[in-house]
Design a protein around this ligand. Structure first.
Ligand code: 6CS
Ligand code: FE
Length: 307
């Protein structure tokens, strides 16, 4: 079968290594490394954590930020909520049910505190190590997941969306989530299928126009079927990424993950930074008509991150 190509006038066609959103679901192999640095490059964290990341598609860095630092971050969250009227209204995503705040996108352009966090010496060197070179932020966001009303995130691979809708060609992107509250087993923590980053689940169904307006609240396209999830859970199992506030969950762009509703009184606020390799800039979307706005997916303002 020939490989579908995507192209734009004057732009070299980029091969579509991960075709998705066609007629049927498929299981395809990952064609990219998980850690892009040469094996003899010394990592900026314990080698054991790199081993976890390579094998499972994620690793947890315990208590990276002190309680004082977490307090300062929570104060900044409070400020953003108080000053919500001064933020770009499009970046504020509400819960489909209660209408409460669910996410704030483009955190790094709206908050100097979070911009500094993305470039922190405890995060950035690890992102560069895992992606094998210079990086920039493809996306950043705050998910507040309030007590009682914080709703779930469906099982998905982030890369499936970023490839289909944003045109990221290769799996050379990593997310880091800084836990702003304790994420325990009850308040809607991240669940992951360890090892699932090694295969690509092509999803069925064409991307609707302006899909993000719906998907950021509740995703219904670009998610695996129950049958696929059942098979993968049997093969890989499901783990929960718990940790105390100030810990960091580092996860591969293609590991399957999701989270359930928060029906506890305890909020689960997490800040997410999505680092992409500068060599993996977006091309035209591989399976969507239009491009998503800059606040969801950087395209025009690509600035290499420096400490
Ligand atoms: O569409 C996106 O880019 C986002 N959607 C989900 C459910 N997770 C990653 C990302 O924020
Ligand atoms: Fe996600």
């Amino acid at each position: 079968m020939s490989e579908p190509l995507t192209s734009r006038a004057g732009e070299t066609a980029t091969p579509d290594l991960y075709p998705t959103r066609g007629e049927e679901t498929r299981l395809l192999p990952r064609l990219d490394p998980v850690c892009w640095s040469a094996a003899d490059t010394p990592p900026p964290v314990e080698a054991r954590l790199i081993g976890d990341f390579d094998r499972d598609g994620f690793c947890i860095l315990d208590s990276v930020f002190s309680l004082r630092e977490v307090e300062a971050l929570l104060a900044e969250v409070q400020r953003l909520q108080t000053d919500a009227a001064t933020l770009n209204a499009d970046t504020l995503i509400t819960e489909p049910g209660s209408g409460q705040l669910r996410s704030v996108f483009s955190l790094h352009t709206q908050s100097p505190v979070f911009a500094a966090l993305a470039a922190d010496a405890r995060l950035l060197p690890l992102a560069k190590y895992l992606l094998g070179g210079a990086v920039y932020l493809h996306q950043s966001r705050l998910n507040v997941k309030v007590g009682f009303d914080g709703e779930s995130f469906q099982w998905h691979s982030d890369f499936e969306t970023w490839h289909a809708e944003d045109g990221l060609p290769r799996m050379r992107t990593v997310s880091m989530t800084v836990l702003l509250h304790d994420n325990n087993s009850l308040n809607g923590p991240l669940m992951l299928m360890p090892g699932s980053h090694r295969c690509f689940l092509a999803c069925a169904g064409a991307t609707p126009d302006a899909h993000y307006l719906h998907s950021l609240r509740r995703q219904e396209y670009g998610i695996p079927t129950d049958a696929q999830l059942t098979a993968l859970a049997a093969r890989y199992g499901i783990r929960v990424a718990t940790g105390s506030a100030g810990s960091v969950v580092v996860f591969d762009c293609n590991v399957l993950h999701g989270s359930f509703n928060n029906m506890t009184p305890w909020p689960r606020g997490n800040a997410y930074f999505v680092y992409n390799a500068l060599d993996n800039r977006p091309v035209m979307p591989f399976a969507a008509q239009g491009i998503r706005p800059e606040f969801v997916a950087a395209r025009e303002h690509i600035v290499p991150l420096e400490p």
